[in-house]
Design a protein around this ligand. Sequence first.
Ligand code: IMP
Ligand code: MG
Length: 181
Amino acid sequence: MVSTPGRALGETLVAAEAIQQRIIELARQIDAAYPNTARPLVLVCVLKGSLIFTADLARALRVPVELDCVAVRSYSGSTVTTGQVEMVKDIGMSLRDRDVLIVEDIVDTGRTIAFLREHLEHHGPRSLRLVTLLDKVSRRVRQVSVDWAGFQIPDRFVVGYGLDHVEQHRNLPDVHVLGEE
Ligand code: IMP
Ligand code: MG
């Protein structure tokens, strides 16, 4: 158990080794989906949660990639969503006619991805797809298309491997359930 201020950690839900193994599988599927990219695939990292997933996925891919980041906010420092999504940092490059892959840490209600997909479509990409490490399918409020998902997980609040609770636990190698208060 790692000692940090704030809420304690619960059980390990996805171990670091399983994450790395799954990333290799996802990378091979993604490679296969972009067989003749005239230009590199653009990975859009959704800060901050998918920072670590993007770093590992990018290095597992064999297709050439370019990287950019967006930041959105849908949670206001708790485990309860407000339903409101706002853009904190927009994309910094042209996506026109590019193959774009959004890299997310987790799809929960689907509101963030619905918002982001619509936003990025306005940039006129050639294709726009989504890979998420974690998918809480049972929590969906907006129907969004998930092209690749690492792990489907139950309706539990999780931290680690980029995911936080009030900015903590992002650096843990495993994905844990957040402990009770
Ligand atoms: P959605 O808009 O409800 O799909 O939520 C997506 C965002 O909420 C994710 O990108 C995360 O930043 C955050 N989120 C959702 N569930 C969790 C969780 O279990 N742990 C940490 N962050 C979460
Ligand atoms: Mg996220």
